[in-house]
Design a protein around this ligand. Sequence first.
Ligand SMILES: C[S@@+](CC[C@H](N)C(=O)[O-])C[C@H]1O[C@@H](n2cnc3c(N)ncnc32)[C@H](O)[C@@H]1O
Length: 331
Amino acid sequence: MTYHSTVQDVYRQAAESPASNLCCVPQTPRYLPGLVIPSIMHEMNYGCGTTIHLQDMAADQSVLYVGVGGGLEALQLAYFARTPGGVIAVDPVAEMREAARQNFETAAKLNDWFDPSFVDLRDGDALDLPVNDGEIDLAAQNCLFNIFTTTDAGSIGTQGDLEQALSEMHRALKSAGRLVMSDPITPRPIPEHLRNDEVLRAQCLSGCLTYEQYMQKIVEAGFGSVEVRSRRPYRMLDTHRYDIDADLLLETIEVCAYRTPVPTDGACVFTGRSVIYAGPDESFDDGKDHVMQRDLPLPVCDKTAGALESLGNPHLTVTNSTWHYAGGGCC
Ligand SMILES: C[S@@+](CC[C@H](N)C(=O)[O-])C[C@H]1O[C@@H](n2cnc3c(N)ncnc32)[C@H](O)[C@@H]1O
């Protein structure tokens, strides 16, 4: 039995008997005026954050959602698309697709503007997406990719499924298209015996990577710019319930990765850092296209933040990561 069949079993069961403590963290889904979310979608919220960010929404864009779950986020995306087939939602678990289909019927009764045809539910797999190359403007996945094995972590991790899933998203996206994701991360590598526990992995508890590994996988897949939009506590792997030496506080991270070429000096990763010039002149120019007007914080990627810090200029203050990047900036 590969871990894939365990994952499918876990989500077959989660489709048939909603498990409100699976994956999700207590939080109210993003409020959108005029959208009534059926209670069953709340119960089947198996995401660990959100992939719905207003700055990604645009008219007439093609949208892909991978790992539909109970359909909550596909419904939220359909709120913006409002057109037949406007959101392609993919899931390999027939019971989950059927649950989502029924939930969309319920949603249509509660929302005049919504028609279930707005979501094109497809049988498919994140590892082999049923979409054409370069077809998608906005792709999203919530709490699925952390389940996938990588080539370099854990002994069932000899399959590079995460690498394959990211490569598929990259293939599906148009140039400059966006991949929005929410996943758990861990402060230090999760011990191998837990990583190899297929059920814990399927439940989004033991497959996740460190922040550095997660970002590295995204960049290696060819995404040249990545924004960290949120980072907050997710779950505790504690010494009482798990065979582990010290407690591990997992976090949820929300990111948006852009299909832009990776610069030769490395990807631009925005974590909410800024630089402020407060010197004798009106502005400061680092000679690398970063011009700071006096007193006005300029959001910068971590690469630029590091370069500016290394100048040792006493009039420049480089702030720490807020982990809430909200746009604008240097690259
Ligand atoms: C943790 S749940 C997240 C559901 C949804 N994204 C949400 O936020 O509520 C994972 C989802 O991915 C689906 N899934 C499992 N393996 C998959 C795969 N290989 N490709 C695509 N989806 C998969 C499951 O059936 C389930 O719907």
